[in-house]
Write a new protein. Sequence first.
Length: 430
Amino acid sequence: MVLTREFRALWEAANQSYLSWEGLDNFVLPAGATKEAVWKLITALRRHGGFTLPFRPYVPTSDGISAWIAPPHDMERALALLKTQGSSQTTEHRTLSALPLSRKAALMIDEFAAALAIDGYGPEGRASLNAYLTRSAPRNPADAALFQLIDAFFSVEPLGPGPITPADLDRINGIFETPPPGSGQQGPVLAAIERNREQYLNLDYYTPQNTKGTICDILNDPALNPIVAELQARYFLISLTPYAAGNAATALLLRRAFLEKHHLGLLACASTLAAIVAWQQGSYGLGLPDYDGALAPRDCGEGFDATEFTHYNLLVFANELRQLRQRIAGTERSLARVRERIAGAAFLNGRQKAIVAAMAENPFHATTIEEVSAEHEVSYSSARTDLMGLVRQGYARCERPDCANEPHVFCAGPRTLALFRSTAGEEGRP
């Protein structure tokens, strides 16, 4: 069979891109060969040309012993492109790194909201963002979790050069407080195949400790591309929930720390988790097949072939990285437009325009009468008049100190926040 012209065409196609069971119907089979026999032969050859993954699979079609991957040429090209365009050395990553924390949070709010929804907090992300931008006290556990996650994500340090250990995972998860009873949903949001995992998963093997060990094995495997390793590790964290709370949030922080270690800082900030959730729910584009179907390739006794699932995930990663690059460019355009709008404001003087511009770019920016007086070299009374005028017009708000001897602090007001949100909305997911 291998020496036939028909099989050669099949084999060349399988090496160029993932060839599914359904895809075999587009080819002429060797004379006298059944579709099952051809599939078995192609799968066996691919398995021996690929490499074994460092974990026991738990999908229902596997043999429960081995999982493997055999990247075809287009997957290798996709990984090379992700490595180049998702690098920490790109112009986009430098631009993103220089943005105020509030801008970064707005760019990634869908990603943070997806993680918190999976962890049981409900779809509160965008409402909580407004509270975060105004530095308001958390109104509920969802607010508190979002504030924690944003601050932790942009401050987490890259993992060191040594092997990753379960203690590293525990340290990352340790920043999250266990939510009080009734604060969120009853449990994490899982795809249908994962909700039914008790029917086929060896729960005696995949204990929390073994799951954490498996995640470390994946991340430490030198044969695995770090992008593929992060994908697999994330899957174990979210699907097998080794922690009592915050598994998806932990996966987000782990992604940042791990990919930064491999100089893939821009890819670490792409909204891939939100996109995968959309794929699970059947609302993502790209013409992807059913999520559960991608996790259940045709079984022929060769173990779990993770190639198809990985291939589609990489398509999602590439699309989200492209959109992140576009949103970063859109942020720069939006900032230029908001500066123009402020510069043309007829009822603001030059000093007031500078204050509003600083707050519109970064809602966390705050100032005092003394600071404005010193920065613009004007009298205390002139600086006070400027700031109180901004308060009256809604561009600033005054936070009075608890102690009479402390200065009043002026922060972004509702009109300035509206300027921020108008540009942040342009940066959101299309």
